[in-house]
Write a protein that binds this ligand. Structure first.
Ligand code: ADP
Ligand code: ZN
Ligand code: ZN
Length: 734
């Protein structure tokens, strides 16, 4: 009898966030009407001994399982589905493309609070607008100037103001609410967009880009906006966004870095009088939930966010903007390893809307797509306004005396710039004091006992720290091996250079920007403001400096050490270095003052430097692309990396060996299988790491192999003693 039930009763197919690549069968809850369980709604379900929040992905009549083993849903969490059919379609596509378990992929689309099953209610206290009394011409606020100012500002435009916009005015806002002059109220999208700040008069290149994308509003197209730093890409985005808003559509803007959102948010708020939300990891769960729901409901019209914002549902999608598209942080490096750039394009295609991707240094992938006619290119070759491009100088430091990595000519150049009262920016991609501590007597080296890596000296906090696993210990005073030898710091980090700069340029204000100095919330913003106010003479930093910040008063940029990048084992090393040089250089001379860039190297004739500096990024990219084509590497080849790790070296090798065995049955290959080999860093955080690289010149061939392979990997007995993961289109082969 029970079995009969299962054969013809309604069964729900639920995505549950567990690492198993399948949907799970559940019965609708006893009391609920099964028609209420719509695709895209969240449900609470029993899973083993736990309860999980899952998402209804579909239903079927009957199940292959016996009725009594199919448990009922505990609770339906949403009356209306939170994700649309197209949202779900995108997630299903991404799960297939990346061969990642569907339940985990679906969970990625939700902010934490919703993933945990909290109710999807949009708080109207997120938005405020003047009441009828507040709009009356004779409001008397006496001497409460802050309240007067705030009310005047809020009257200056129609749509309601978001809590984020009013964040700095809490007491005045509260007072106005108490007086009945302002009330919580949802913005009404039918009020239409209000463009507050006037757009700049676009130059002809900008206008061409705006018109090109403008012509594609309402249909799928990918536009690559290649514009040197300071060429006015953001202005182009804003003018296209204005057109999109005027059509009653919403805009998703993706950025590589949280740190860039406040800057852009401010520019956007000055320009657009619509609900603008941000979505990134520096917000609270509740803030992210509300931003997500505001976009879904359509009360907010623009979302600025990082990679994790990509799947936010949009009520009236119109445009996706992806800034700094070359940036590696668009690729998630753990769990569900998706590329926000590639999935953004897939999403735009499903939604039938355009994508605009911008960069001064487009990825080779995107340039190849332009060459093949898949993306349309708009070019902004000149800096907007009066700013001039920086001049490069290769400084040969072979045989030169260095003081903490600074050559004499560089020290002189810095001194000259400071004497003129200008700002200098120094780049070194290594934080800490020195990358290793060594005993001068016995040769002891500070190694991490959990990784194949050295412990880095952090002098400020008196610690040795591993940059790979986070292990740290007190800085030894005596050699741990011989007990008597003299301990020395070998090599350079930003902390050590800061120390030397303080000696060489005493009396000047030096700001160090790296992960160590900017960990505290708000620290980076504080430093950036300090630099903008002109309260800093020398800015010293890592990677962070390459990421889109504006330093208008900087006239000299120096890259202290490019040699390690020139000889990277990563086939993307050259591309990354070229992008880094151009991006860091782009920080110089953005305003009225011309900029200069000094590159210290022991390889002044290196081909990469020559083509990049004499002929520009485009010439570099063309050479690099032809090398990749000859080698069959991305973007002309397609890769996937199977990684495995365990506490002993045997298990991952056995697993990968068995994985290769699985492929003996697979005949229609056309895919190169390279490995198993050890990862370049074999041991990390106490785990031994091995990998297999797959490569093919045909994407479908690679996908066919993965379709065959991945389900079998999960079933391997050897899989139980390792942690393994698949990375489709890996950016890092480590
Ligand atoms: P990018 O995003 O390419 O780095 P921005 O859009 O930030 O460039 O523009 C760089 C600077 O040039 C900004 O100060 C901006 O206000 C200015 N700018 C941009 N477009 C124009 C224009 N058409 N006329 C005058 N100034 C402009
Ligand atoms: Zn020693
Ligand atoms: Zn370590």
């Amino acid at each position: 009898m029970a079995k009969c039930d299962a054969a013809d009763s309604l069964i729900l197919k639920i995505a549950v966030p567990v690492p198993l690549d399948r949907l799970f069968d559940y019965r609708p809850s006893e009391l609920g009407n099964s028609a209420e369980f719509q695709r895209g709604a969240r449900v609470l379900v029993p899973f083993g001994k736990r309860q999980c929040v899952g998402v209804v992905m579909g239903s079927a009549n009957g199940s292959t399982l016996a009725s009594r083993s199919i448990k009922p849903v505990i609770e339906l969490l949403d009356d209306t589905p939170l994700l649309s059919a197209l949202d779900l379609q995108l997630l299903e596509w991404a799960a297939r493309y990346y061969h990642h378990p569907i339940g985990e992929v679906v969970a990625t689309a939700f902010p934490t609070a919703l993933r945990q099953g909290l109710p999807a209610t949009l708080q109207c206290e997120r938005y405020f607008a003047p009441t009828a009394a507040g709009r009356a011409p004779d409001v008397d606020l006496g001497r409460a100037t802050r309240q007067k100012d705030l009310l005047r500002r809020m009257l200056s435009r129609e749509p309601a103001w978001s809590a984020a916009e009013l964040a700095g005015h809490k007491p005045a806002l509260r007072a106005l609410i108490d007086k009945g002059l302002v009330e919580p109220r949802m913005p009404d999208p039918s009020d239409g967009p209000v463009v507050l700040g006037a757009a700049l008069a676009a130059n002809p290149d900008q206008q061409a880009a705006i018109d090109a994308v403008g012509a594609d509003l309402g249909r799928f197209a990918v536009h690559l906006l290649e514009g040197v730093t300071g060429s006015g890409k953001t202005e182009v985005y804003m003018q296209i966004i204005a057109r999109t808003l005027a059509l009653g559509r919403q805009v998703l803007v993706l950025l590589p870095e949280i740190n860039l959102t406040p800057q852009l948010e401010q520019r956007f708020r000055q320009r657009f009088g619509v609900g603008i939300e941000t979505f990134h990891s520096n917000l609270t769960d509740r803030q992210r939930q509300q931003a997500w729901l505001s976009m879904r409901a359509g009360v907010a019209r623009i979302l600025l966010g990082t990679r994790s914002a990509l799947f936010t549902p949009l009520r009236e999608p119109g445009l996706i903007v992806l800034d700094e598209e070359h940036d590696g942080s668009f690729k998630q490096q753990d769990g569900f390893r998706f590329s926000a750039r590639d999935v953004a394009i897939a999403r735009a295609k499903l939604l039938n809307i355009p994508v605009v991707m911008g960069s001064a240094t487009p990825s080779l992938e995107s340039l190849a797509n332009v060459a093949q006619g898949r993306y349309r290119l708009s070019h902004l070759p000149h800096r907007a306004g009066n700013a001039k491009p920086p001049a490069f100088q290769v400084l040969d430091i072979r045989g030169k005396k260095l003081q903490a990595g600074l050559s004499e000519p560089l020290v002189t150049a810095i001194g000259a710039e400071l004497a003129e009262g200008r700002q200098v920016l120094l780049f070194l991609n290594r934080r800490g004091y020195a990358p290793v501590q060594i005993c001068h007597d016995c040769g002891w080296v500070s190694r991490c006992h959990r990784c194949d890596a050295n412990l880095v000296i952090h002098a400020g906090i008196h610690k040795l720290r591993c940059h790979h696993c986070g292990y740290e210990q007190a800085l030894p005073r005596q050699c741990p091996a011989c007990g008597v030898g003299e301990l020395q710091a070998l090599g350079l980090g930003t902390e050590r250079i800061e120390e030397t700069l303080n000696e060489l340029f005493a009396g000047h204000r030096i700001v160090r920007l790296d992960r160590d100095t900017t960990q505290r919330k708000g620290a980076l913003e504080g430093y950036l403001q300090q630099i903008h106010r002109g309260d800093a003479d020398i800015v010293l930093g890592t990677q962070m400096l390459a990421k889109g910040h504006h330093f208008p008063n900087v006239t000299l940029v120096a890259i202290l050490d490019i040699d390690s990048g020139l000889f990277s084992i990563d086939f993307r090393g050259g591309e990354k270095l070229a992008q880094l040089i151009v991006q860091v250089a782009g920080r110089a001379g953005r305003a009225e003052l011309p900029g200069r860039v000094i590159l210290q190297t022991r390889h002044p004739r290196h081909a990469l430097l020559h083509s990049l500096l004499s002929h520009g990024y485009r010439a570099f990219a063309e050479t690099a692309l032809s090398e990749r084509r000859a080698a069959g590497l991305p973007p002309f080849g397609y890769q996937a990396l199977l990684r495995a790790q365990a506490g002993n070296a045997g298990a991952p090798q056995q697993f990968l060996g068995a994985a290769i065995q699985c492929l003996t049955d697979f005949t229609q290959s056309g895919v190169q299988v390279l490995g198993p080999v050890s990862a370049p860093m074999v041991r990390r955080a106490g785990l031994y790491r091995y990998q297999i690289l797959l490569q093919s010149d045909k994407r479908p061939a690679l996908q066919r192999l993965l379709d065959f392979w991945v389900p079998r990997l999960a079933d391997l007995r050897e899989a139980r003693s390792v942690r393994w993961s698949l990375d489709v289109d890996p950016l890092d082969l480590y």
